[in-house]
Design a protein around this ligand. Structure first.
Ligand code: FAD
Length: 588
């Protein structure tokens, strides 16, 4: 193993190359690479060597300063404040993994605190993704990802029924019109069979037309015939933030506490046992800490004394198309006539064209390795990639209403890590939850809780189930989809539902107030957007943003200048408008 790794580093011309391996076969690499991509390639190549459990990278890149988060100010603040609470379980990160685990664990008699550095749930990858509930056909067979994807996909029906979020089981039909493209569809089918994807089957052109009648007209228009078609009926779509908000609200209903703007700066541990976390809001003592920190999960694990993997962020950019250009088909997938013009990252599924439950088309995501974990900038290359995935002639760049990026938390093994640390008992990694982390979330939660309960049981501390656990979260009131009669009745009862705040999406003041007064309180404009869709339409908040700001300030009893777009540092107004009137005008 050592020789093979040394040879890899030599082949990639890593300067001052060095490697160490611990008793678990966690390999730590150091040296200087000529580019970021080389560093990534070296990590991947070493991770593939037989016997290597995972790769930690201390490698550097010539001429590049790899951004590093400075936790010192958070530690200093937290230690000054001292102990603020004690919990059975602290969960770091309020994405779909953290909130999923919190909700599932809330059925037990445990004190659970979720700490999140952002101002809201779904602050990172869990808000910036495609919302695909993948069938499980794309994950490499034999990986934990593949297993949990298929299981998680099945479990989504129950999550959606209990938690009241929308799940559209639209299925995916992957069709090709050229002989040379047939092997790739057959390969996907083989993987689907190996992974145990429900209902996966190759279908004829006639069957494809039965599944989606519009295929017939499209083929006629193209003057083509199908050469192969794969039907994956279990594929679905959700609005990812709806899932996370519903999980968090249900968890809160069942007693879970959430602390926002609460960065973890250190993990306390003593004699191989976790003791709690130091956050910028003070120290929370705990018997168990579950690490769901996304791109920062490797750093949390290191703080806990277990340095066993490195997260290398993989950015994905997605373009959202206006609803005036609806999807061609009611199924995902589509008709492919040629190979992709721009290649995606070999390690990532990347993505093409899909749609949301609102039937906005999404183009992308791309898959770009970036050194900065917080790099969510969108570039002209990302836009070009998104447009290269467009197979609908009716759609042009002018139909894009927004382009955004998120970062996948990938490790070098390219698989999920869900395990109790063998170094620091009580610290559990739920790390490297890259795509299909959303689709797998129910199974990720089940597995993590299984490990936790087994451990508690071994120590004679298995918690009781709460008799009053309530798994049901009623669906949110949805004014725009009500009949006129229902709307009239509602407005008579409460006139605030008669005031439209977001014209594009037809969102009322009443719905925004319902969100503000919910259990997991949204305090920023984007947090309101994720709960209500205000600002998600064609004008992207141009009209409603000031109104939402005004409502937030009023309902939270805050000064307008304190209301932010997306948490600290993103204040929308600088000072009250009239403050500078004497000096000749407004600055805000
Ligand atoms: C562009 C893109 C498209 C994708 N498409 C899909 C898809 O269609 N289907 C699918 O299944 N998956 C998809 N994924 C993957 C999916 O989004 C992720 O796997 C999933 O959201 C990971 O959830 P998480 O909760 O583990 O991490 P995150 O959502 O990243 O949450 C981690 C949280 O931890 C917090 N945190 C970090 N450090 C600290 C700290 N020190 N203190 C306190 N809090 C901290 C962060 O603020 C964050 O909120 C996509 C990902 C991307 C980027």
């Amino acid at each position: 193993m050592v020789k093979e790794i040394q040879k890899i580093m030599e082949d990639f011309h890593v300067k001052d190359a060095n490697m160490t391996a611990d008793e678990r076969n966690i390999v730590t690499l150091s040296g200087v690479c000529d580019s970021w991509q080389t560093l990534i390639d070296v990590g991947h190549a070493v991770a593939k060597v037989d016997g290597v459990k995972n790769v930690v990278s201390d490698m550097e890149v010539e001429g590049l300063t790899i951004p590093k988060k400075n936790y010192e100010p958070y530690i200093k603040k937290g230690k000054e404040i001292g102990v603020i609470d004690r919990a059975d379980v602290v969960i770091i990160g309020a994405g779909v993994s953290g909130c999923g685990i919190a909700r599932e664990l809330s059925r037990y008699n445990l004190k659970i605190i979720v700490v999140e550095m952002g101002d809201d749930v779904a602050y990172a990858a869990s808000k910036a993704n495609n919302g695909d509930i993948h069938a499980g056909h794309a994950a490499k067979s034999g990986t934990l990802k593949a297993k949990l994807n298929v299981e998680g996909n099945r479990m989504y029906t129950q999550w959606s029924e209990e938690l009241g979020f929308r799940l559209e089981r639209c299925g995916s039909l992957q069709m090709v019109t050229e002989d040379r493209l047939v092997p790739s569809v057959e390969k996907t089918y083989e993987t689907a069979l190996k992974n145990g994807v429900d209902g996966a089957r190759m279908v004829t052109q006639e069957e494809a037309i039965q599944i989606e009648p519009r295929v017939e007209a499209e083929l006629k228009r193209m003057g083509k015939e199908l050469k192969a078609a794969l039907w994956l009926p279990s594929m679905g779509v959700v609005e990812p933030y709806e899932v996370v908000v519903a999980l968090a609200e249900n968890a809160a209903k069942n007693g879970v506490q959430f602390l926002f703007d609460c960065t973890v700066g250190d993990v306390l541990h003593e004699d191989g046992q976790v003791k709690g976390v130091v956050t910028e809001k003070g120290i929370i003592e705990a018997d168990f800490v579950i690490n769901c920190a996304g791109v920062y999960a490797d750093e949390m694990s290191w703080m806990a004394g277990d340095r066993s993997y490195t997260i290398h962020p993989r950015k994905g950019t997605i373009a959202i198309i206006d609803k005036t250009c609806p999807p061609l088909f009611s199924v995902l997938g589509g008709i492919t006539t040629h190979e992709p013009t721009m290649k995606k990252n070999v390690e990532s599924k990347g993505g093409g064209m899909c749609f949301t439950p609102e039937h906005n088309i999404l183009l992308g995501p791309s898959a770009t390795e970036v050194p900065d974990k917080e790099d969510v900038d969108t570039t002209p290359e990302d836009l070009a990639y998104a447009m290269s995935r467009n197979s609908n002639e009716q759609i042009g760049i002018g139909n894009i209403i927004r382009i955004f990026a998120g970062t996948r938390p990938a490790d070098f093994k390219e698989d999920f890590i869900i395990e109790m640390s063998p170094i620091t008992h009580g610290f559990m990694n739920v790390g490297a939850i890259q795509s299909p982390g959303l689709a797998s979330a129910p199974a990720v939660a089940k597995m993590a809780i299984g490990i936790l309960l087994d451990d508690m049981e071994k120590n004679g501390k298995r918690p009781e189930e709460k008799p009053d656990y309530d798994p049901i979260q009623p669906p949110k009131l949805d004014f725009r989809h009500m009949t006129h009669e229902e709307q009239d009745a509602l407005i008579k009862k409460d006139p605030r539902y008669g005031k439209i705040i977001c014209r594009c999406e037809q969102i009322t003041e009443g719905e925004i107030l319902d969100a503000v007064h919910s259990l997991v309180v949204p305090t920023s404009i984007d947090a309101i957007k994720r709960r209500t869709r205000a600002g998600m339409g064609r004008c992207q908040g141009g009209f409603c943003q000031p109104r939402v700001l005004e409502l937030l300030a009023r309902e939270l009893g805050e000064d307008w200048v304190n209301i932010t777009l997306k948490g600290r540092g993103s204040n929308v107004l600088i000072c009250p408008n009239r403050e500078n009137a004497e000096e000749g005008g407004s600055r805000s």
